[in-house]
Ligand binder design. Structure first.
Ligand code: AMP
Length: 397
């Protein structure tokens, strides 16, 4: 089956066409600046050069039309006609408590996604715009929703409740949901394949370290805890997000900076994390450069980032009563030997040892713990698009 995977943001739209039998990417691209002057679509057919087309995209309907034109173009397209696309898989950020797995989209599903949109006001409405634009352009083609939150819905109450008045949960659904679920699910399953043991017999910690970053504890094939919460702001120190924080900081900082809650939230989301700590950059390539040149800001940011990862691994080893595998994934996890080594060196108490030669690689699947390590530590590149395509194919078969 040929599955179109769509990841729709408020002004951008990422797409990939994947053959679900061979799991080959037939073509992929990105529409940027939708609804803004200077809209552009970039499309790369497999094995060919990228084609860039600067053309007006007043809305997502036009963006989807351009995606279809790119995929079906007689000379540079990757399918003969639209009828070759069997299904569309959509990334949906927030499924609330309504969705514990991926689902075929119908009117009830759209309504349920709308109902939880106040939990992800920047993302869910944009995701739905993509769904509706595809429905309009491809009538009759099945659409599937794949949620960032679904994998974490197996968390027990003790892990997902905040220490707030219980009413905050029952009346307002304030609880921990977790995100990056598609990645945590994909990577933890792959880890079980790599160590050759049944998924439902393992204790796995996945460290998804990208610009957004989260850790999950997957015990016997089910997520039992994860570091992001009601929103993706909780947990690890991230590119520009602060992660865990004393809530009193909000009031205190508002007073000091003479701003309101909105102003403080902007600081916590956009000016914090390794960017705020280093005063240099949110990108670990810049931070590693800085670290190698003994820049104090870069060093402090990397060390604080790694320390928070170490703390979560310790917490999750405790929560699962042990750990068999630790996986590093996403931009930083796959590409930063420095971050991985800094973390692993502090896991000696778990019996973790480092294979330095293996760790000194970037972007490929590899075991990086020593032969004598009591825990298998590995780099497992994530592939959220493939995971979405797999779920979509399985549901529409
Ligand atoms: P992601 O959000 O998973 O796409 O990760 C993006 C982040 O990965 C970037 O902001 C960088 O911090 C980091 N990254 C990507 N490539 C490298 C690299 N070669 N070395 C270190 N960090 C990298």
């Amino acid at each position: 089956m040929k599955i179109l995977v769509i990841n729709c943001g408020s002004s951008s739209l990422k797409f990939q066409l994947i053959d679900s039998e061979t799991e080959e990417v037939l073509g992929k691209g990105l529409c940027e600046r939708i609804g803004i002057d200077g809209s552009v679509i970039g499309f790369t057919p497999a094995g060919k050069d990228k084609i860039v087309n600067t053309t007006p995209m007043p809305d997502h309907n036009r963006a989807i039309e351009l995606v279809i034109e790119a995929l079906t173009d007689p000379s540079t397209g990757v399918v003969g006609s639209l009828s070759e696309i069997d299904a569309v898989g959509h990334r949906i950020v927030h499924g609330g408590e309504a969705f514990t797995s991926s689902v075929v989209i119908n009117d009830d599903v759209i309504k349920a996604i709308e109902d939880v949109s106040d939990l992800a006001p920047l993302h869910n409405p944009a995701n739905l715009i993509g769904v509706r634009a595809c429905m309009k352009a491809m009538p009759g083609v099945p659409m599937v929703a794949v949620f960032d939150t679904a994998f974490h819905q197996t968390m027990p109450e003790e892990a997902y409740l905040y220490g707030l008045p219980y009413k905050a949960y029952t009346d307002y659904k304030v609880r921990r949901y977790g995100f990056h679920g598609t990645s945590h699910s994909f990577v933890s399953k792959r880890a079980a394949d790599i160590v050759g043991k049944p998924y439902d017999s393992l204790k796995i910690i996945v460290c998804h370290l990208g610009n957004g970053a989260s850790v999950s504890a997957v015990k016997n094939g089910k997520c039992i805890d994860t570091s992001m919460g009601l929103t993706p702001l909780e947990g690890l120190i991230m590119g520009t997000r602060c992660g865990d924080l004393d809530p009193s900081v909000v009031e205190y900082l508002a007073g000091k900076e003479n701003t309101d809650i909105k102003g403080v939230m902007n600081i916590l989301n956009k000016q914090s994390g390794v960017f705020g700590l280093s005063g240099l950059s949110s990108d670990f390539r810049d931070l590693e450069d800085g670290y190698n040149k003994k820049d104090a800001g870069a060093t402090r940011a990397i060390m604080a980032f790694a320390y928070r990862v170490v703390k979560y691994i310790g917490a999750y080893a405790a929560a699962m009563d042990g750990v068999d595998c630790i996986c590093f994934t996403a931009g930083v996890g796959e590409n930063s030997p420095l971050v991985r080594k800094t973390v692993m060196e502090r896991l000696g108490y778990l019996g973790v040892t480092v294979d330095d030669e293996a760790n000194n690689t970037r972007g490929k699947e590899i075991r990086i713990s020593g032969a004598d390590s009591k825990v298998a530590v590995m780099v497992v590149p994530t592939n959220e698009e493939l995971a979405i395509a797999r779920d979509t194919a399985a549901l529409v078969k």
